[in-house]
Design a protein around this ligand. Sequence first.
Ligand SMILES: *Cc1c(COP(=O)(O)O)cnc(C)c1O
Length: 373
Amino acid sequence: MSRVYNFSAGPSCLPEEVLKACAAEMMDCNGTGQSVMEMSHRSKAFEPIIENTEKLVRELMNVPDNYKVLFLQGGASTQFAMIPLNLGLKYKKAAYIKTGVWAKKAEAEAKKLGIAVDTLASSEDKGFNYIPRVEKVTGDYDYVHITFNNTIMGTHYEYIPDTGNIPLVADISSCILSEPLDVTKFGLLYAGAQKNLAPAGVTLVIIREDLITENPLPGTPTMLTYKTHSDNGSMFNTPPCYTIYVMGKVLQWIKDNGGAEGMKKRNYEKAEMLYGYLDNNDFYHATAQKGSRSIMNVPFLTKYSTGATDDASVAKEKEINDKFVKEATAAGLVNLKGHRLVGGMRASIYNAMSLDGVKALIAFMKKFAEENK
Ligand SMILES: *Cc1c(COP(=O)(O)O)cnc(C)c1O
């Protein structure tokens, strides 16, 4: 067996201990003689599985009792619509902070549903390479929406905006449980699982109970109503059973490795090592500004990324990026191609990425810089 170091932005690497535990239970989970994939979601065998996953979410994230934990489908992208449908009720007005592609998509979906949107701040002027500072928000808003970690641009909030009584909603898809987060500061948190929690197929929603309404915007489908899922323990219809099971294993792995604090320590060690190298060499540089940098997604360019748009410069840059990705892949370091909007390379170093993986990446980068200077 030969495993690679996988720097994919999502779906992304899972802890090997988790993959092994799932493999060991593949044919017979807990003496039931079945795989979790084959179980009825209403069976006695599945009940403790979903209960365990929820219990671990609550424990590791310190979720207070007046919040519901929901396991939904449709990805984080479906939350872009569910949030305005269920929260945009009183003023039909919401505030968004525009920090990248996902933030823009979330905002666009609210507008589509007839919600008046105020963009409080945007970092689009600088290609979204920083997080704007919005300390305090007041106004007649049903909610304020932020994208806490911007997966594509590699930026992250180093503060939480103070929205007073206005519910703060955050997309934490690519940073959930990467470090401790004070849930009580938020009305609603959501995360597609395929970055830091599980394989693709489940979206975790943590919602304060008073935001769960019986009467969302007129015409809201049953499946897009939070109450439907909170009333039915995420089992109104068939939930993504296997993914919820794997999430439980990932959460147990997080717990065994020191919980959110343990992940923070692990992640800062990796991120500081990688940024440290990027900031102190003359071949590569990180694209995100200091003070806004993600510890999960690290986009970087080479010295050939000069911003020049003449054909020769563009071709040279593409050639060097392609070469980097190809040689890295051959060396067992995969999925390093940057997002087309940023270019260059991107190393996603989620919880499951080991320090050894980051060390191997840096060693490769040094060698490649030497050979291509
Ligand atoms: C990946 C991602 C999304 C989209 O998630 P889907 O589950 O594919 O809909 C949204 N927001 C952020 C921050 C992401 O990283």
